[in-house]
Design a protein around this ligand. Structure first.
Ligand code: FDA
Length: 395
């Protein structure tokens, strides 16, 4: 029988951060993970370069049924704190866009940084460990890992959400919450591509691979201006991933296909110079040519109309159509490709300062397993670091 002060289930972003912090405080810490490798999601994140934080991270960048919940942890461990850690380990990085920081070289540098911190803090990390039979005892918890019984005072659940099962995601965190009577809010895939019904998809099929800047707006008015990508199944790209977290099944999404253009003004100026130019030719200067062709084939625009025939009524209709192009997703690609899981352990059950369950002393939930989901752009890792750090001070 083994005995540790702290057992952490999940050697991912939040779990490793928490482990190092607790270890530095002199706690004996064991991290258990069923995967063969620590930090699998970190390794594939950001296209292999890990978008490890966002310099603009603030509570406004998170979805949570209690929007105030994230404030405490985010205020105590900021993007700057993680940047300092990255710099201390000599990991080279750069800002890509919108405050998103990426490794220059490889996401492996971030996993190595976390494992080095754990090593320096005296943490034991055991991979390929199958956790079962978690029980509350008088002084803490007992559990079995690969058949061995382990006792601990504090148990930290850091086993993430359901996205990407092939990267070892499981519902264990939710099951532990439920076992101890904590409420788990319904989960669904977030930061995920949309799929379209066959009749909507067929005309767009030849656009697969085409991307363009758009603003995407959900029915609750949330709006993101980033790139959109047509795919063989529907729509993807940062603008779509962002808005997918705010979209509810059955709803439309509105796309402004020319977010930076005063279309009426531009077409009027073009028409003054080239009155016989067709609308199709004029629009192909502003939008991807293949997209204009599809819009013409669909009958969404009258492609052969000469610009001189674009009267006020037609112009208004055209501007309206291109600035509020409606798509009706029939769903998303689901957990298979989603970057995150929305919903999870209800934050009302947890202390925002320590992440400890209010009704179960010694039990902690950190990272994605709880009902906190960041936007695309390094915000989810920042939540993993901040919540892991906060619990690491308390366990
Ligand atoms: P995380 O998923 O990191 O770790 C959970 C750990 O628990 C895993 O190691 C898993 O093996 C383990 N586990 C699960 N079930 C278990 C069980 N039954 N027994 C034992 N162990 C178990 N975010 C961001 O900010 N910037 C980015 O660039 C990206 N990019 C990105 C790309 C892709 C493809 C995905 C899928 C996700 C991202 N993300 C991201 C999101 C980010 O990866 C995610 O929010 C964090 O990894 C969450 O950290 P956690 O520690 O909570 O879970």
């Amino acid at each position: 029988m083994a005995q540790f002060d702290v057992v952490i289930i999940g050697a991912g972003a939040a779990g490793l951060m928490c482990a190092a912090q607790a270890g530095y405080r002199g706690r004996s810490v064991l991290v258990l993970d069923h995967a063969k490798q620590a930090g699998k999601k970190i390794l594939i994140s950001g296209g292999g370069r890990c978008n490890f934080t966002n310099i603009n991270a603030s509570p406004a960048n998170y979805l949570c049924s209690n929007p105030h919940f994230v404030k405490s942890a985010l205020a105590r461990y900021k993007a700057q704190d993680f940047i300092e850690l990255v710099e201390r380990h000599g990991v080279a990085y750069h800002e890509k866009t919108l405050g998103q920081l990426f490794c220059d070289d490889s996401a492996k540098d971030i996993v190595q940084l976390l494992l080095t911190e754990c090593d320096w803090a005296g943490v034991t990390v055991r991979l390929r460990s199958h956790v079962a039979d978690i029980q509350k005892t008088g002084s803490g918890f007992s559990l079995s890992a690969n058949g061995e019984t382990i006792h601990c005072q504090s148990l930290v659940v850091a086993c993430g959400g359901l996205s990407m099962p092939k990267l070892c995601a499981t519902p264990l965190g939710y099951q532990i919450a439920q076992q101890f009577g904590l409420k788990v809010l319904p989960t669904r895939a977030g930061l995920v591509p949309f799929t379209l019904d066959k009749p909507d998809l067929e005309p767009l099929a030849e656009l697969a691979g085409v991307s363009l800047p758009v603003t995407a707006q959900s029915q609750d008015g949330t709006l993101f201006k980033e790139a959109m990508l047509f795919t063989h199944r529907g729509l993807s790209g940062p603008a779509i991933l962002q808005i997918s977290s705010f979209w509810q099944p059955g709803e439309d999404v509105s796309l402004n296909l020319l977010p930076d253009t005063d279309l009426a003004q531009v077409l009027t100026a073009m028409g003054a110079k080239h009155p016989n130019q067709t609308l199709k030719t004029a629009l192909a200067r502003l939008l991807p040519k293949r997209l204009v062709e599809v819009l013409a084939e669909q009958g969404s625009i009258d492609g052969e109309l000469p610009l001189k025939a674009l009267d006020e009524g037609r112009m208004k209709k055209l501007v309206q159509m291109l600035s509020a192009y409606r798509v009706h997703p029939n769903g998303t690609e689901g957990y298979r490709t989603a970057e995150v899981t929305l919903g999870g352990v209800d934050t009302d059950e947890l202390s925002s300062k320590t992440l400890e369950a209010k009704q179960v002393p010694g039990l902690y939930f950190i990272g994605e397993v709880m009902d906190v989901t960041g936007w695309l752009g390094g915000y989810n890792f920042q939540w993993a670091w901040a919540s892991g750090w906060a619990a690491g001070q308390a366990v």
